[in-house]
Design a protein around this ligand. Structure first.
Ligand SMILES: [Zn+2]
Length: 428
């Protein structure tokens, strides 16, 4: 970008007519209409984001990254990092992007760390799997049954990074896809509750940005809802309904009957509501795992389990303790909390019988379909390298307020004080 003049607005969005949706931000800029995503606009967006960051989490040093992907907004509570994918910005959703940022910052302020969430989900998963049994030989009704927990957790390659990191090759793990999907789906349920809590408790002037995105997504979702697409009450259906019910967009009969108290969500901390949410929806969680468990695709399906003794030899990790410890990074507080989150939850034992179900776990189930739908919304139209370059360059600009004494060497009395700002472009 050395040969381009960023002050001359050379970095507007390429070619296509993209309508800029930025009414709320324009109000912040004294009503100045934003027509294009120019470098100046990107600078203003980042300024407003920094400003809101200082309001929401003034004590935290938050790293903000703008990955060139369509994964939506996300954050790492552990690392104090927020990721805002550029896809949404490229589509002109400026206000909604600011809304995403505010939402993620509120996660940093109020939510459990991802290790805690995954440790809790893992404990829940273990408890569920411990109650599901699989016939060693599906054609022999007299055969022995194996515990699904022993089968799935027998994989020595399971660790936090391998399950959590989207870039990690789960094919390496025998039941990696199953575990990752299952954990994501349970996490998605807890996340729906947490999203209700943090968005509703958000300061009203900041919440407007979030509401703008929510109402757009809801109007799209409601068409499917009205057409009965979410009437089966799978875990995914429940997550959607819970979110929109408690955000006040609809009154869903299922949520109303099972988990209707919005004030409870708003007045509880994650450590308080998590056991309640898991207990409330435990059979729904078990259902998706039972259905999906029979269709494990990756590497070793149960159908190919020819020698069950393998499970108990060599690599079998001791009742999952090692895995939990790895997810919690050895943090005994996280492990203790995970255990207490699910400590009271019990399941009746049950067996999976239908081994002929070939449907894989990565079909439209759980949070997966939701993520797919979200991702389809925000496919980047173009990889706008120029825009990225500008975003990155503005990220590195620092403004320092400086005061300097100026004095005339021949007249000490005329010394004057000047305040000015220094812009330092940190090119590293
Ligand atoms: Zn969220």
């Amino acid at each position: 970008m050395a040969d381009k003049d960023i002050s001359a607005n050379e970095f507007s969005l390429p070619s296509e007519e993209v309508e800029i949706k930025a009414e709320l931000m324009e109000a912040w800029l004294n009503g100045k209409k934003i027509e294009f995503l120019t470098p100046k606009t990107m600078f203003d967006v980042q300024t407003i984001l920094r400003h809101y960051k200082d309001i929401i989490v003034p004590e935290k040093d938050v790293k903000i990254s703008y990955p060139e992907d369509n994964e939506g907004a996300r954050c790492s509570v552990d690392k104090n990092e927020v990721f805002i994918s550029t896809a949404h910005l490229q589509e002109g959703y400026v206000d909604e992007t600011i809304g995403h940022m505010i939402h993620e910052l509120n996660h940093l302020k109020m939510s459990d760390s991802e290790r805690q969430t995954w440790a809790t989900c893992y404990s829940m998963l273990e408890t569920v799997l411990d109650s599901i049994f699989v016939p060693e030989d599906k054609d022999n009704p007299e055969c022995d049954y194996l515990c699904l927990k022993d089968i799935v957790l027998s994989d020595p390659a399971i660790c936090f990074e391998s399950l959590y990191s989207p870039s990690c090759e789960v094919e390496e793990m025998k039941y990696g896809n199953f575990l990752r999907q299952a954990l994501r789906d349970i996490a998605f349920l807890l996340n729906a509750v947490e999203d209700v809590r943090i968005d509703t408790l958000c300061q009203p002037n900041l919440k407007r940005y979030i509401d703008k995105g929510d109402s757009r997504i809801f109007s799209q979702w409601k068409e499917k809802y009205d057409a009965g697409e979410y009437s089966q009450n799978t875990l995914m259906d429940i997550c959607f309904k819970l979110l929109f019910h408690h955000k006040g967009y609809l009154k869903d009969p299922f949520i109303n009957d099972n988990f209707c108290d919005t004030n409870y969500i708003l007045s509880s901390s994650p450590s308080e509501y998590t056991p309640v949410v898991l207990e409330t929806f435990k059979e729904d969680i078990k259902n998706i795992l039972s259905i999906c468990g029979v269709g494990v695709k990756s590497g070793g399906s149960f159908l190919s389990l020819t020698n069950p003794c393998d499970l108990y030899m060599g690599n079998h990790s001791e009742d999952g303790e090692k895995i939990l410890s790895d997810i919690a990074d050895g943090d005994s507080n996280i492990m203790g909390r995970a255990k207490s989150d699910v400590g009271e939850i019990t399941f009746a034992e049950s067996a999976i019988r239908d081994f002929s179900n070939e449907k894989g776990f990565t079909d439209n189930r759980g949070g997966y379909a939701f993520r797919q739908a979200q991702e389809q919304h925000s496919k980047p139209k173009i990889v706008a390298k120029d825009v990225m370059a500008v975003i990155h360059s503005f990220q590195r600009i620092k403004v320092y307020e400086t005061t300097e004494q100026l004095s005339d060497s021949w007249n000490e009395d005329s010394a004057s004080q000047v305040d000015y700002s220094v812009v330092v472009y940190d090119a590293l």
